[in-house]
Design a protein around this ligand. Structure first.
Ligand code: FAD
Length: 464
């Protein structure tokens, strides 16, 4: 198979990239499960952009740098802050219905932000954004989305211009067939890696595949030591842990020990509204010091009707798990976000020609050592947009290292028919290694599950 642009992943970054690069370019978007399964779909608090009358990109830059531990790439932060508002307006034009108040956006406040600047839809912003983008993608005749296709490796060639990425090997889940998809541009939008930790807010898809593929292909990867732990996951944790949005603290909720005493003022003058690395470390220290299994998020400063109206997901999620949120929510930290990833420039270019990356898989330098709350969705949309424009420009200029399909051209005028992947795979590719005949399925699954559990335990105990 060949296409102009192969996008791997159907979260905010992949969908935005696809929409902004398509027409006249054709896009094949592969995703390993159902199309809405992504971290994006789980995002709660919202998307940060300097949209309020008392706000400015300069203030957004200052807040982002203050939280990033001195390791942010300033140019990338400035781009994010400057272009974020326009991208949020574009999202609204694409159908994302953010909350309004008196005709203007109702902006929330979160830890580390000096202004109210979080556009949101209740506490299920990600669902709204994902649905709007999927609808927009469905309307484009230039984009084809293929579910249940797991990218397992990138293909790399030594062309006249040096090493470059030519496509990806993709495994079709059900038949276990391997497909080689060639593309003039390959975009990693595979999200983060929270699932390598025992306790995480990330859904099952977040296994760091894109980072591993890029590393194996020789692209530069870095800052992987900067994993962000979200301070407030509902205790006891599930897999994934149920996240209690930072926005509750933005509205006045206060962290207390199990005995009812507040403790955040002992750690930071901003108290419960300190940035999340500070809060997560403080909770961890308190739990180790007291031996308590959790701390408590006291929601009593928020009027019950505001709690119900602003945080319907948190309220329903707590109640479904036997916790009455108005009486305080038991919380612990959980792995949440990877600040590092595949190094990219301001236009989503990786160090491997032909390979692009956007969203959580990428390391743009915006977050430095620690991400400011709600800066992830905006980073995904800003840099996916920039990357899409750059791919358009490169492909229309005709790169000399561009590798096209064996048919000698891009798959214009319609992508392959449904089922063509299986036919192509059957024609020449070997079956996936996961179907080795000497290993009975059940035993193999058990071994994988055991290895995975050991890895997650080691990461939790020793790394982070
Ligand atoms: C519970 C929760 C709440 C959050 N709240 C917020 C918030 O309020 N504000 C904010 O800014 N950020 C928030 N975040 C972080 C934010 O949601 C993510 O960083 C962001 O959505 C990442 O978008 P993405 O497009 O890069 O990746 P994702 O949305 O994770 O999408 C990755 C896609 O790649 C696919 N994929 C992965 N590997 C492969 C493979 N090998 N082959 C094919 N497909 C693959 C996945 O199936 C998925 O479709 C939250 C995260 C979580 C978990």
């Amino acid at each position: 198979l060949s296409t102009d642009v192969l996008v791997i992943g159907s979260g905010m970054a992949g969908l935005t990239f696809a929409l902004d690069v398509a027409d006249p370019l054709h896009v094949l978007l592969v995703t390993k499960k159902a199309r809405a399964e992504s971290n994006t779909n789980w995002a709660k608090g919202g998307i940060a952009a300097a949209l309020g009358p008392d706000d400015s990109p300069e203030l957004h830059v200052a807040d982002t740098l203050a939280v990033g531990g001195g390791l942010c790439r300033v140019e990338a932060v400035e781009l994010l802050a400057r272009e974020g508002p326009e991208r949020v307006r574009e999202l609204m034009a694409r159908g994302a219905a953010f909350d309004l108040e008196g005709g203007a956006l109702s902006l929330g406040r979160e830890g580390g932000h000096s202004r109210r600047r979080i556009a949101r839809t209740g506490d299920h912003t990600g669902r709204t954004v994902e649905a709007a983008l999927l609808d927009a993608v469905a309307r484009s005749p230039y984009i084809r989305v293929v579910e249940d296709h797991l990218a397992i490796d990138l293909t790399v060639d030594e062309g006249a211009g040096g090493r470059h990425c030519t496509g990806a090997l993709v495994l079709e889940h059900h038949a276990g067939e391997l497909v080689h998809i060639e593309a003039a541009a390959v975009v990693l939008a595979t999200g983060g890696c929270g699932q390598v930790y025992r306790h995480t807010t990330n859904p099952a898809i977040a296994t760091g595949d894109g980072i591993a593929m890029a590393y194996r292909a020789g692209a530069r990867v870095g800052n992987m030591e900067f994993i962000q732990f979200h301070p407030t996951a509902l205790y006891p944790t599930e897999d994934p842990a149920f996240l209690i949005s930072e926005a509750l603290r933005g509205e006045g909720a206060v962290l207390r020990r199990m005995d009812g005493t507040p403790f955040m003022d002992d750690y930071d003058p901003r108290g419960s509204l300190a940035p999340r690395d500070v809060v997560a470390r403080a909770i961890d220290r308190e739990l180790k010091r007291t031996g308590d299994p959790h701390v408590v998020l006291d929601t009593s400063p928020i009027p019950p009707e505001v709690l119900e109206q602003r945080f319907p997901d948190a309220v329903a999620g707590c109640r479904a798990r036997g916790c009455e949120p108005t009486e305080g929510i038991p919380v612990v930290p959980a792995a949440h976000y990877v600040c590092g990833g595949v190094f990219t420039d301001n236009d989503a270019r990786t160090t491997l020609p032909g390979l692009w990356a956007a969203g959580e898989v990428a390391c743009t330098g915006v977050h430095g050592a620690n991400r400011l709350a709600s800066n992830s969705l905006v980073e995904a949309v800003v840099f996916a947009h920039r990357g899409a424009l750059a791919v358009r420009e490169e492909l229309s200029a005709g790169r000399d290292d561009t590798a096209l399909g064996e048919d000698g051209g891009r798959a214009r005028g319609g992508l392959p028919e449904e089922g063509a992947e299986s036919a192509a795979a059957g024609a020449g590719r070997s079956a996936a290694p996961s179907t080795a005949p000497e290993s009975p399925e059940g035993e193999r699954e058990a071994r994988i599950a055991e290895t995975r559990a050991r890895l997650r335990a080691s990461m939790w105990d020793l790394v982070g």
